[in-house]
Write a protein that binds this ligand. Structure first.
Ligand SMILES: [Zn+2]
Length: 565
């Protein structure tokens, strides 16, 4: 018997087997029943969620001896050949392999030939957005006057890169990201059929790491099957993938909620010693707090179980434990923690001292009552209120500089000539072109991460105050730093000794003798005032989809604007 990878062996062969895309299969089924056939179809969505499988099933539907039918027989010669991948009537072209020039040329030469066995010649073009302009033009000519026996099925992970002239000739189907519970369902079936023993938390850990891609999940399951002797458990998965065990995240969060900074740091250090990646650890904690927040916010939702299966990527048996932990906090407090972690994560991703930043964030979270009185917390929530209610951002308050924000320029300004080796391009201040602006703010922020790291080694408490601050602009010899709107932050950071220390480190790392000025960070940004779709917003801002999901979910604001590169 020939060896087949699991993903191929268990590839869905009918629309009924295709999971997680009911909107696609229902529409196609109805169209096939009514014999309303399109000339070209476009399947778009993330990788590994069934686009190519759906394309092959559709090809079978069209060319089955009983077809066109939504339920191909899977036994006639045409169906059998398509399953085996050797049908002469179904031509698969990989747009990514050589950008399709030769294939599209031969497509144009062969497109007129009649099909051999089925009713149609079907061209499946995978990653169609990768085709060259030349190939697109050739394709377009065929699409404009296709012979009646020709069908096209395009698959792409980036429909926005497909020319509009092609898109306009296609019936488009958007494939959805698969929920963790859906991926786990398929993995359990595969495991059972393969006589593999795997615990549910292990399957959830695989699904989380695969991030919605069923194919990736199946590949991981297969790897585990080959090196785990006996039952596959969650630690096997996290050891293989370098991810973090859910139980450990519970303990980590427990230490934070206990205000036990030492224990929280010990957990972190132990993980790093095991070789865990700092951004993955931060992302793990972020995800955990997000889950707690969802649980806490859906307490009284009628169809809670269904909702949780969609939103929380943890097995149902763990939900009770998370519920207990979530009950130790309030949704308001969890939002604050999440906001802090999201801000820290963004710095961690670009910092050479990622571990220090994460340590700072953990210390800050575990000692947060000292930083953030209830009064400050409620003021902060008050600031968020307008954007939550979808009202215009409270501009007058947010743009108002705080009491201590302006340093008298005459006393402290350094002549521009004193800047011998500026680390960033100070010659293009805010009115510059937007991409330059982004590059500038990116460079400012990258150095800022180092500033935090170095300050952390000199005076941890000071660095902790600056965790929520962001460099806004560097004009001449003045670095303007935005602070959250708490009077406490402004007071502490403006104390003479602290100011001196900050100025020293900032000047050293930005490579010029600088003066630091403080201003108040705006409470909201355009994104939160007019939320776009998660994907588009994520694409635009370059933040990870998960952070963007969180931002969208809670209508929160990322405190800086990372560039898309
Ligand atoms: Zn058939």
């Amino acid at each position: 018997m020939t060896y087949l990878p699991l993903a191929r062996k268990y590839r869905p062969q009918t629309f009924a087997d295709l999971v997680g895309q009911p909107h696609v299969t229902t529409t196609l089924t109805r169209a096939l029943e009514q014999k309303r056939l399109g000339q070209a179809y476009l399947f778009t969505g993330l990788r590994g969620i069934g686009k190519t499988s759906a394309a092959r099933i559709l090809a079978k539907c069209l060319n089955c001896a009983k077809g066109p039918t939504p339920t191909p027989c899977n036994t006639c010669p045409s169906c059998a050949q398509i399953t085996q991948g050797n049908s002469l009537d179904v031509i698969e072209i990989d747009g990514a392999s050589n950008r399709g020039i030769d294939e599209i040329r031969s497509l144009r030469e062969t497109v007129a030939f009649a099909p051999t066995l089925g009713a149609f010649r079907i061209y499946i073009i995978d990653e169609v957005h990768m085709l060259t302009m030349e190939a697109f033009n050739a394709l377009l000519k065929t699409l404009e006057e296709p012979p009646a026996h020709v069908k096209f099925i395009f698959a792409t992970t980036a429909a926005n890169k497909v020319p509009a002239t092609i898109l306009s000739r296609c019936q488009r189907f958007d494939f959805r990201r698969l929920e963790a519970s859906t991926v786990v369902g398929v993995l359990s079936r595969v495991a059972k059929a393969e006589k593999l023993k795997a615990e549910e938390p292990a399957l959830y850990a695989i699904a989380r790491a695969a991030d919605g891609s069923l194919r990736d999940a199946e590949v991981v399951l297969e790897q585990l099957a080959s090196f785990v002797d006996g039952t596959i458990r969650e630690p096997d998965v996290t050891a293989l993938l370098g991810t973090v065990e859910s139980e450990l995240l519970v303990q980590w969060m427990e230490a934070i909620l206990d205000r036990d900074a030492t224990k929280a740091l010990t957990v972190l250090t132990a993980q790093i010693e095991q070789g865990k990646d700092v951004p993955l650890l931060a992302m793990g904690l972020l995800r955990h707090v997000r889950n707690l927040l969802i649980l806490a916010s859906t307490k009284d939702t009628p169809s809670r179980e269904t909702l949780l299966a969609q939103l929380v990527d943890e097995p149902s048996e763990r939900i009770a434990r998370l519920d207990t932990q979530g009950a130790r906090s309030t949704p308001e407090e969890l939002v604050v923690i999440l906001q802090m972690l999201a801000g820290a994560y963004d710095l961690i991703r670009r910092s050479p001292v990622a571990q220090t930043i994460l340590e700072l964030a953990i210390i800050k979270l575990a000692t947060r009552e000292q930083w953030q009185s209830l009064d400050a917390l409620s003021r902060r929530l008050e600031q968020w209120a307008p954007s939550v209610a979808d009202a215009p951002p409270a501009l007058p308050r947010s743009t108002q500089p705080a009491r201590s924000s302006t340093t008298p320029k005459a006393a402290t300004a350094v002549p521009v000539q004193a800047l011998t080796a500026p680390a960033v391009d100070a010659a293009s201040p805010s009115p510059a072109h937007s991409s330059e602006e982004t590059a500038l703010s990116d460079s400012l922020l990258a150095t800022w991460a180092s500033v935090l790291g170095q300050l952390g080694s000199k005076k941890m408490s000071l660095a902790a105050y600056l965790m929520e601050a962001r460099p806004l602009r560097l004009e001449g010899a003045i670095l303007t730093v935005g602070l959250p709107g708490f009077a406490l932050h402004h007071e502490v950071l403006s104390e003479a000794e602290n100011r001196r220390l900050i100025t020293t480190v900032v000047s050293e790392l930005y490579g010029a003798s600088l003066t630091v000025e403080y201003t108040t960070l705006p409470a909201g940004s355009e994104e939160s005032a007019a939320p776009a779709s998660a994907g588009a917003a994520a694409e635009r801002s370059g933040v990870s989809p998960m952070v963007q999901d969180i931002v969208n979910l809670f209508n929160a604001t990322i405190m800086d604007r990372p560039s898309a590169t």
